[in-house]
Design a protein around this ligand. Structure first.
Ligand code: DC
Length: 220
């Protein structure tokens, strides 16, 4: 049986940084499910499909060829065979992903892909519905959060470090809007699973959070 660690939480809580760190330390495979929703969103943007066009999204998502592989421990997302790791990191793609991920067909397709992966290898998987829906029997479930001000500041600094001009207030507004959508959608909304451990990282370092989570794993 493979071992699985599920990490859910709102945008900018530090899920990917923490999950990547834990995966490296425990020699697990890191699966970033948000990147899959982003690749799907990029596919819609490339094909001129608008966020409000639910029917087209349901129909066209079947044609999107999304696969993931791992190179030197890093997840690479391929859209129609092309590495889109960089292109999916824009705010435009993130916002589209938050909108198009409410679609049941999109979710069905990507959840199946995620479950297949977790059956094969030991994973640290992060997203919004991992503990509640994708891996309900995960060995360890974490709900990782932080205040919206802290999350906005982290995203702002991340973008500035990449040389992207941005506005802190606008980022916080986007984060609050995205949380609203992710938490209030009908299908697999973001929420803490009953058996998940709540970790608020507002005043914790990356090391502290990673240590706490690894401490919860009874994996040898
Ligand atoms: O974690 P992220 O910002 O890369 O995710 C982008 C969007 O994808 C997020 O706003 C909601 C959606 N998503 C989802 O619905 N379910 C997941 N398991 C992961 C992401």
């Amino acid at each position: 049986m493979s071992y699985s660690i599920a990490i859910d939480g709102p945008a900018g809580a530090g899920k990917s940084t923490i999950a990547r760190r834990i995966a490296k330390e425990m020699k697990f495979v890191y699966v970033d499910t948000g990147a899959m929703y982003r690749a799907m969103a990029l596919y819609f943007i490339k094909n001129g499909i608008r966020p409000e066009d639910g029917e087209k999204i349901s129909e066209k998502c079947r044609n999107a060829d999304i696969t993931i592989c791992h190179v030197d421990g890093e997840q690479v997302v391929l859209l129609d065979g092309e590495n889109v790791n960089e292109r999916i990191r824009t705010e435009e793609v993130g916002n589209m992903a938050s909108v198009s991920s409410v679609n049941p067909e999109v979710r069905k397709k990507l959840v199946e892909l995620q479950q297949r992966l977790a059956r094969r290898v030991d994973v640290v998987m992060d997203g919004r519905d991992i503990g509640t829906c994708v891996l309900p029997d995960a060995d360890v479930k974490i709900y990782l959060t932080a205040s919206s001000a802290v999350r906005a500041k982290r995203r702002y600094e991340e973008l500035r470090a990449k040389g992207v001009e941005c506005d802190l207030k606008k980022i916080e507004q986007d984060i609050i809007e995205r949380d609203e959508r992710d938490m209030n959608r009908e299908l697999s909304p973001l929420r803490q699973a009953e058996d998940a451990v709540l970790v608020d990282s507002s005043d914790m370092t990356i090391e502290e959070v990673a240590e706490k989570i690894i401490g919860l794993c009874d994996w040898k």
